[in-house]
Design a protein around this ligand. Structure first.
Ligand code: SAH
Ligand code: SF4
Length: 366
């Protein structure tokens, strides 16, 4: 079952005003100072928009009318327009957003993953991806640009507005940057968006429930580690490992030529983990390519010294990859070897495959 829930309308954008959905509290404080306004006005605006979810300047009744008017002249409250929402038979919802410049991007809402009242939103950081992994549909999208912090935060706000009225525990709890794009190639906007998502006066998500996934942009990964260490962004980390040796990894992920496994895993080891937390290693299983027993046997040694869990993702097929999914027997054997070696290895059941919403399928509709 797949349904279109939202009708298309003409995109609007206001370039003369700053989009408030993309402003961190620190940025707002700077703006207030430059306009000779007291600092607390920044907190007021920030909390009104994100914590109280006020939808217009008119509704910010704790501000005087002239101040509201002046803010309305300087800021806009544009959200990326959801022009399509498809609902999978497993309850997954895929949202397509249309930006004013005509580019499109997607986010995927996954209700109740793990049965712990955990509802996850998988968001995009770019409109395509230049990293070029050979198994990922997003890599085939030519029109790639970075999303702004407002467009990233806006994906979350738009989905909250859509799912919360559904009731029955439909509330976003977790956010993962595992949609379209490589988040660490859009570092400034992604980190600003995370500052807004985590701030207690902002969207107040828990840092334990916010994950960035990367293909391994090593210098940025180290920077992200610094932000985690300082306590500013102590978020969860996922790494798309996908191979047990450099030759195979370079074949399926060309980025490995620039930052090979040893460098990537060194950076991962340096990433500061809080107690009882682990890095997620994602491993897309490609039939006959990286799914052998030898591959599985190499992983424990490769990942030595890392507190991590492995997520095994059998390839989600699509037209843009030359690879095939692994057989069920291969998946079972691969997982068995890892488990017997004492590793925490889970096979992920794909969600939303019928609406092309599963990992690596995003972008087919854009
Ligand atoms: N660019 C980042 C964030 C995207 S996450 C990254 O690559 O980490 C998308 C995840 O889906 C990655 O772990 C990737 O390895 C996985 N993936 C990509 N294509 C896939 C496919 N066809 N089937 C299953 N998983 C896939
Ligand atoms: Fe980009 Fe990630 Fe897809 Fe690789 S897996 S092409 S890095 S989105």
């Amino acid at each position: 079952m797949s349904s279109l829930l939202h009708a298309a309308a003409a995109p609007t954008v206001d370039l003369s005003r700053v989009n408030l959905f993309g402003c961190t509290l620190a940025e707002l404080e700077e703006r207030m100072a430059s306009w000779k306004l007291p600092r607390f006005r920044a907190t007021q605006l920030f909390a009104a928009l994100f914590a109280r979810r006020v939808r217009s300047f008119d509704a910010m009744t704790d501000l005087s009318k002239p101040l509201r008017q002046s803010f309305a002249e300087r800021f806009c409250l544009d959200l990326p327009r959801v022009d399509q929402c498809q609902v999978s038979r497993d309850g997954t919802r895929k949202y397509r957003y249309l930006a004013a410049d005509g580019s499109a991007f997607e986010a995927v809402y996954l209700p109740e993953v793990g049965g712990e009242n955990t509802n996850t939103l998988c968001i995009s950081s770019q409109t395509g991806c230049s990293v070029g992994c050979k198994f990922c549909f997003t890599a085939s999208i030519k029109r790639n640009r970075n999303l702004s912090a407002a467009e990233i935060v806006g994906q979350v706000v738009a989905v909250q507005r859509d799912v919360e009225p559904l009731g029955d525990g439909a509330r976003l709890t977790n956010i993962v940057f595992m949609g379209m794009g490589e988040p660490l190639l859009n570092f400034a906007q992604v980190t600003d968006a995370m500052r807004i998502l985590l701030h207690p006066l902002g969207m107040a998500f828990s840092s334990r429930r916010l994950t960035v996934s990367t293909s391994g942009i090593v210098p940025r990964l180290r920077e992200l580690g610094d932000l985690a260490r300082s306590g500013e962004l102590p978020i969860q980390l996922a790494i798309s490992l996908n191979a047990s040796d450099d030759v195979t990894r370079t074949r399926i992920m060309p980025i490995n030529k620039k930052w090979p496994l040893a460098e990537l895993l060194d950076a991962a080891r340096a990433y500061p983990l809080r107690p009882r937390r682990a890095i997620t290693m994602e491993y897309v299983l490609l039939g006959g390519i990286n799914d052998s027993d030898e591959d599985a046997r190499r992983l424990p040694g490769l990942l030595q010294g890392l507190t991590c869990k492995l997520n095994l993702l059998p390839l989600n097929p699509h037209d843009e990859t030359p690879f095939l999914p692994p057989t069920a027997a291969r998946v079972a054997s691969f997982q068995g070897i890892l488990r017997r070696a004492g590793m925490h290895a889970l096979v992920r059941t794909p969600r939303g495959q019928d609406i092309a919403a599963a990992c690596g399928q995003l972008g087919e509709a854009v």
